[in-house]
Design a protein around this ligand. Sequence first.
Ligand SMILES: [Zn+2]
Length: 454
Amino acid sequence: MIIRNGWLSLPFCDEPVKSDVWIEEGRIAAIGQVPAVDDEILDADGCFILPGAVDAHVHFNEPGYTEREDFAHGSRAAVAGGVTTVIDMPCTSVPPVTTRANLQTKLAVIGGQSVCDFALFGGVSAQSFDPAFPDELIEMAPIVAGFKGYALSGMETFGRLDAFRLRELLSLSRSLNRPVLLHAEDADFVAAATPVFMAAGDSPRHYYLSRPETAEMLAVAAAVRLAGETGGNLHIVHIATGDALDLLAGTTVTGETCPHYLAFTTADFEARGAALKVAPTIKPAGNDTALWRALADGRLHFVTSDHAPCPEAGKRTGSIWSDYSGIAGTQTLLPYLFSEGYCRHRISWRRLAEITATAPARRYGLDYVKGTISPGKDADLVFIDPRASWHPGPEDMYSKGRNNPFLNRTWQGRIRRTMIRGRTVYTDTEGVTAAPGYGRFLKPRLEPCQESAR
Ligand SMILES: [Zn+2]
């Protein structure tokens, strides 16, 4: 197949490049002016063509919590939003992915469900991790994208890592050759602050005060210190506090943020309530602009959705303290960053592809097939019409959850088509066109990946 009339996002190019793409057997065979050959022609009609987004932080909840989300729904939401690869978290499925056997159980359940390609994170919890017996981690390392742990956990089945365990895990990460991903909020601070602010009131403001910037800063600082001490391979997930980026400066530690920390402030949280309840909490104005700046200049490495849907009742329990924490965001991740990042000149054309595809693919060892439009890579492509706009409503969402605060706004640009391995899996007129099971499981490459993350 030859794609003509598209404006490509190519590695290291600062502007869209008008060029043809030649696809053979699901891979990009060549880029450039392809001479007339006897092959199927697809007219991109002046669309921008970006590498398929890699959403490296989703909770598709299968098996175990499928009343919230499952791979069939979550992966359809992904491709409708230009996400061609997801990496699913280990903690929000039953059993949690803390052993190789549990990972195989999960793969057996989800293998026939996904429309998009996918990788999995392994999990490390207080219950599962004995530093003296890391055998399960060693067994999982060749097939997981990384290992996720929590400095603060709200899940009884997946307890937080104390500083000693985190240090031992970071030490191990070197021989495991996989990054450690950390949810960074300080457990002592939050445990002590929560009853105080629960007694004081029941509002978004009180919830925010129980886990403010300081809670995040303390945990990031401790983890960065432990990574330095051990030479460990550390990634901080969903950074919400602008000042946390200073703690990463001059280290090998990488970070991600999410659209909700870029789009909203505590003033929005107070106005909209549980719809914007997430963990870490939405932060006051100023953090959003600091995060945008760091994405633009490379101090912050990529953006994920932290897709975490829930049934509607979950956001209406009657108390902010018990309302579900999470947003169903994978379908709006790329449209939001295209419209509010690129079109509003907060991030460059080049950074748009890096923060949505190139950097997460490289960080998790998936760059042998994903992350850029270049010869030899999978033909995972998103066609965005920059002349059109999109005003998504709940009826446009494929997720099981409707808890997406990015709906009912107008975004510049519209996704016309998503391709995975050369096959169209979504168009804006036909919807999702691939069957469950089209998505493939991806293992990471096994060479070291820590330094190449930057
Ligand atoms: Zn998460």
